[in-house]
Design a protein around this ligand. Structure first.
Ligand code: HT7
Ligand code: ZN
Length: 878
């Protein structure tokens, strides 16, 4: 397979100004007729027109109405083209019902859908399928009217009507030039929730959410989220909805969360459908964020798009940043905002940090790829969003908004690069610290790896000086990065100390942003009257690993007093992490000490802290993040320590958990609002602890209550919380609860996904979780063809459950290799995600390391692997 390099970019040899497509839709063989207005790019050399196509049957090629000869070489269709503008007519067929890869035109549940990002359009028709070729599209859909009453494409509906033979048609026109990856069509028997809105400018718009019959009652939350997103983007960034009609469609077979096709967003049903009976608080929250994300792409991605796929983070990092800001604004209180940030960072550390240290490590703007689908990664999305967040930290909210305005002023309607975004930010803020350090800041785009920051402070009581030495190193990069360190100094009694750096005329208040730009830098604070505890990297102001050597008393001071809620949480995590690492590294059983347990009790009982914050602070660090602190990783030792810590927290705080459970019951009907969700999160955690402790002691009351809650709860958050408490504790009633739950929701695919997921993700005990997951592969409800179902079982087991996956008998690796190969024959993109379970195999202790290598080698030896999986496996073995 060919490796594509960023620096090899060349503008296309031809431009396509307009595209006119006609689809005669048939699941077995769809006929596509395309007419393109083509012109040579004068800047490029003469030569044939080379279009890309995959899995297509070409029927004919005409130039200005005359048949011309063409040849096919691999995925290329090579056409001798004249040295003038011309009209190209193409005819080809494709086979949607055979398309299990879910890229291009495919069928799902008897309807037609498309997925064109990144390179799916070439699986529909031959094209210059690259994001810098932007055209105006007109699309006619023809299909059987009874089977496919709804016919949708991007833009505005021009006309529709009946045709002979029970068929009908619809003609759509999208006035905005767009790259082919934003093209979409949908045809099927769907119903819509509709809402007309008037935006600030006084313009009227029609919003529609299309789903299968029977799912309409689960679309209200998505519609509300869409309306909130429209209002927010106008208010915060002055970015209006530019279309008369904005459509959203749900599909149950989909490779990712959703897709931002212009005016016709297509969603995985898991990212769209919610009712209190079937969706948890986390689902409601995720749907709001993804609906917003896709809507925000309308400007950041669609109006201004990427020149080439190496620039993917230009739209994805920026749009994740925007959906995060939206979610924080929607959450309301400062505490709820902090909880959002905590969840973002937890996710970054558990997924992106390992990625950045493993075999698939790449910079936010990668330098090369074989298969672009493998680069829709946590680094491009989440680390990319952190990079955008650092612009805002350096420029302030207003400065950032100015940068955004300049970016759109310069680039609306263009396909551009991350450099263009950086330049707009700096040029709009000429007096900012960014503009003089832009080249250094841009190392965040080019250098992979997580910088490690080390911090050492020294207090000179006589001189009232506090000296802070910060240094940075990054094992994957050579040049120091520009790292904004938001910080404060906290006194013993919790007072926020005034900050005056040597050279400052007066104090800067009690919080500042230090710019770490060299390998090592010293910051001297003067007029510091008491020995302070440094609170560094507040709000997680940069995506780094911080090693500040704080003692337990210092961490306890921050946990009690820090004015920054994020760093209070961070202190709780560090206290837990230290203890787990000590046990793992020392090779001994974990024993939590009195001071730690009392600190956790104080958090739980705290009269002012919000429930959602408490639930986050009482959660132990994720195994993946713990593993990142170690050079040699024994997954079973980590698992044993984490389980022991949970057991001891359950036992020592038993009375407090009982109080927490009772005190945080939410009365009244279900509302997916942050305050109620926080109470439910804490009550669920308390119930999990109580069931765990009761299962250990053999006492029946709490498992009985949980079982009752599985049966009686009036919402999925509480029902699933109780089910998870039983399953995760391996309680005697778990099996009965699982079958009751399955029976009740057998016809709700998204709920059955949760049922699989819970069993695959449960903490391992004596190999039972692994054995159960293996058995579930034979369950009649399991299939590799539906990505949600396949992910629920296999990705949860192999990528998210190290305690069950890494087995001394190598059973996990054998199953992984078999399933990656089986999945690869159906859906390479999905298989490549599963393949990434081995990204960090080189850090494993024996016998895991040797066995993992054998499994990887066996998989690599298969001749039939897709490019997608081959790239992952090859990089793992490099
Ligand atoms: N921009 C969208 C990416 C996407 C995608 C990429 C590869 C294969 C399938 C896909 N479906 C959606 C999603 C987003 O970031 O909004
Ligand atoms: Zn996106």
């Amino acid at each position: 397979a060919q490796v594509i390099h960023r620096l090899d970019y060349q503008a296309p040899a031809f431009w396509i100004a307009t595209v006119d497509l006609t689809f005669d839709l048939d699941p077995a063989k769809t006929l596509i007729t395309a007419k393109h207005a083509v012109k040579r790019n004068p800047a490029q050399a003469h030569g044939p027109l080379v279009l890309l196509g995959e899995e297509l049957t070409p029927l004919r090629v005409l130039i200005d109405g005359e048949p011309v000869s063409f040849r096919q070489e691999g995925h290329e269709l090579i056409i001798e083209a004249p040295d003038r503008d011309f009209e190209l007519t193409l005819r080809n067929t494709c086979a949607p019902e055979k398309n299990t890869a879910l890229s291009g035109l495919y069928t799902s549940g008897g309807s037609f859908f498309t997925q064109c990002e990144a390179e799916g359009f070439r699986r529909i028709t031959y094209f210059l399928d690259r994001p810098d070729v932007m055209a105006v599209y007109t699309v006619t859909l023809r299909a059987d009217k009874a089977k496919y009453p709804i016919l949708l494409a991007n833009g505005n509906l021009l006309e529709q009507g009946d045709l002979d033979g029970g068929k009908h048609f619809a003609k759509w026109h999208d006035p905005f030039p767009k790259p082919s990856y934003l093209f979409a069509v949908v045809a099927g028997d769907l119903v819509a929730r509709e809402q007309r809105i008037t935006t600030r400018s006084g313009k009227e718009h029609l919003l529609q959410v299309f789903v299968r019959r029977g799912d309409l009652d689960k679309t209200e939350h998505a519609m509300n989220s869409l309306i909130a997103s429209i209002i927010w983007d106008e208010a915060r960034f002055n970015l209006p909805l530019d279309l008369e009609r904005f459509m959203v469609v749900g599909v149950s077979d989909f490779n990712m969360g959703a897709m931002e096709n212009k005016g016709l967003n297509i969603f995985n049903t898991s990212a769209l459908l919610a009712s209190p009976a079937t969706a948890t608080d986390a689902d409601f929250q995720r749907i709001e964020a993804i609906v917003a994300h896709e809507y925000f792409h309308n400007w950041t991605g669609n109006r201004v798009t990427c020149r080439d796929w190496f620039q993917l983070s230009l739209k994805e990092g920026l749009t994740v940043f925007r959906d995060r800001e939206f979610s924080m604004d929607m959450a309301g209180s400062d505490s709820a905002r902090a909880v959002q940030r905590i969840q973002q960072v937890r996710n970054l550390r558990a997924i992106q940090f390992p990625e950045d240290a493993g075999s698939m490590a790449h910079s936010v703007r990668p330098d090369s790829y074989t298969e672009i689908n493998n680069f829709y990664t946590a680094t491009v999305y989440e680390k990319g969003a952190e990079v955008v967040g650092m612009y805002q930290t350096l420029l302030g909210r207003e400065g950032f908004a100015k940068g955004m305005a300049l970016y759109f002023q310069r680039h609306d309607g263009q396909a551009v690069t991350c450099d263009d975004f950086a330049a707009a930010m700096a040029d709009a803020n000429p007096d900012s610290p960014l503009s003089t350090r832009l080249e250094q800041f841009k190392r965040w785009y080019s250098q992979p790896g997580t910088p490690h920051i080390s911090a050492r402070g020294e207090y000179d009581a006589a001189a009232h000086r506090y000296t802070l030495v910060l240094s940075q190193r990054n094992g994957k990069a050579t040049e120091p990065q520009l790292i904004p360190v938001r910080m404060g100094l906290v006194g013993h009694e919790g007072q926020a100390l005034p900050l005056q750096l040597e050279g400052d005329i007066e104090a800067r208040g009690t919080e500042t942003v230090l710019l770490l730009e060299k390998a090592e830098q010293t910051f001297t604070f003067i007029n510091v009257l008491v020995d302070p505890t440094p609170s560094l990297l507040r709000g997680f102001s940069a995506p780094v690993l911080l090693e500040d050597g704080l003692s337990d008393p210092e961490l306890l001071t921050l946990l009690r007093f820090d004015s920054d809620a994020f760093n209070r949480w961070e202190a709780s995590q560090r206290l837990g992490l230290k203890r787990i690492l000590r046990a793992v590294q020392g090779g001994h059983a974990l024993q939590l000490d009195h001071a730690y347990l009392e600190a956790m009790r104080a958090v739980l009982r705290h009269p002012q802290l919000d429930a959602a914050f408490k639930a986050e602070a009482l959660r132990l660090p994720d195994a993946a993040y713990i593993a990142e602190q170690l050079e040699v990783v024994d997954p079973q030792a980590i698992h044993a320590s984490v389980e022991a810590a949970w057991d001891q927290l359950a036992q020592a705080l038993r009375g407090d958990w009982e109080w927490a459970f009772e005190a945080h019951q939410v009365k009244g009907g279900y509302r997916p609002v942050a305050e109620d969700a926080g109470r439910r999160a804490l009550a669920n955690l308390a119930l999990a602890m109580l069931v765990r402790e009761s299962t250990r002691t053999g006492e029946p009351v709490w498992p009985g209550r949980a079982y009752q809650q599985v049966k009686d709860a009036n919402n999925m958050t509480e029902r699933f919380g109780a089910l998870a408490a039983l399953v995760n504790a391996h309680a005697g009633l778990a099996d009965a609860a699982l079958s009751h739950f399955h029976q009740q929701f057998a016809h709700e695919a998204l709920v059955v996904d949760k049922w699989f997921m819970l069993q695959a993700r449960a903490p391992e005990r004596d190999g039972k979780v692994f054995e159960r997951a293996k058995k579930l592969l034979q369950h009649p409800g399991f299939t590799l063809k539906n990505p949600n179902r396949a992910r629920s079982l296999l990705v949860q087991l192999c990528n998210m459950n190290p305690g069950a996956f890494h087995r001394a008998d190598a059973g996990g690796y054998v199953l992984w290799a078999e399933q990656v190969a089986a999945m690869d024959a159906i859906n390479p993109q999905l298989a490549a995600r599963l393949a990434r379970a081995m990204d960090r195999w080189t850090t494993l202790a024996e016998p895991y390391r040797g066995a993992a290598q054998v499994a990887l080698q066996r998989l690599a030896e298969r001749s039939s692997l897709s490019n997608d999986v081959r790239e992952i496996v090859t990089k793992a073995l490099e």
